[in-house]
Design a binder for this molecule. Structure first.
Ligand SMILES: [Zn+2]
Length: 252
């Protein structure tokens, strides 16, 4: 444990004491580089969880500014930050929580032209963006780059989360799941349909837990399964996602 300072050993004590995680797992977390697409409701749960957990490098990608209607669920932001850029604010939040984490804010729109440059080099990407065009771009790019994707979404009372490694022969990619119908759609579903703030936090925390499992190598592999949360029935469901042999991204 020589590679951890006394401060870090104390900070991560509740991780290191876990037999499944231990010093080996904590070292893997510290060595990891994770990108988070979207500092919204999902990101507001993911960013504190991963910064607190001691992920070595976090990249936060969001080109938006804080709006008052965000504060109901995007709880890393404050009333006195309205109008300021989310990426920089989220990065400052993470650094204040854990100065051992190297945080890189990217105040830039992720699209087909920028995705590969922004996402390349990471060990894992968590997508909590709010539209299908971005989600499909992220999914296609990561399948090509062979980087695992955790895709998390919440709308109204429904949440869904999955881990995707579409380049593997028997694992679906994000496009296998969603299909091709949504490429042109760039709507903010939260704005149109509403979402319970605590739901985005639930789904985001679940995604952060998945990320820690993937990086530390803990628990069974959940790639190819979709986790669905029903906030009205208060019920989690797990379904198997098939790989689509005709998928334009990972099929054939
Ligand atoms: Zn596919």
């Amino acid at each position: 444990m020589n590679d951890f300072t006394d401060d870090e050993l104390e900070r991560y004590a509740r991780h290191i004491v876990l037999p499944q995680l231990g010093g080996v797992g904590q070292r893997r977390l510290k060595a990891a580089s994770i990108a988070i697409v979207g500092a919204g409701g999902i990101g507001s749960a993911v960013i504190p969880a991963l910064a607190g957990a001691g992920i070595g490098k976090l990249t936060i990608i969001d080109d938006g500014n804080v709006d008052r209607s965000n504060l109901q669920r995007q709880t890393i932001f404050r009333e006195d930050q309205l109008g300021e850029g989310k990426a920089l604010l989220a990065a400052a939040y993470a650094t204040e929580l854990n100065p051992h984490v190297e945080v890189r804010p990217i105040d830039q729109r992720l699209d087909a032209a920028t995705a590969e440059e922004l996402l390349g080099g990471h060990d894992l990407v968590i997508d909590g963006s709010d539209n299908f065009a971005t989600r499909l771009t992220v999914g296609d790019t990561l399948t090509r780059l062979r980087i695992p994707l955790i895709s998390a979404a919440a709308v109204m009372f429904q949440g869904q989360i999955g881990l995707f490694r579409g380049w593997e022969v028997d694992k679906p990619c994000y496009r296998c799941f969603v299909g091709d119908a949504f490429d042109a759609e760039d709507c903010d579903t939260c704005a149109e349909q509403g979402v319970v703030g605590a739901l985005t936090a639930t789904v985001g925390s679940f995604g952060a837990l998945m990320a820690i499992r993937v990086i530390a190598g803990v628990g069974e592999d959940s790639a190819g399964k979709l986790f669905l949360f029903d906030g009205l029935a208060l019920d989690w469901r797990k379904i198997r996602l098939p790989k689509n042999p005709g998928c334009g991204t990972c099929g054939g």
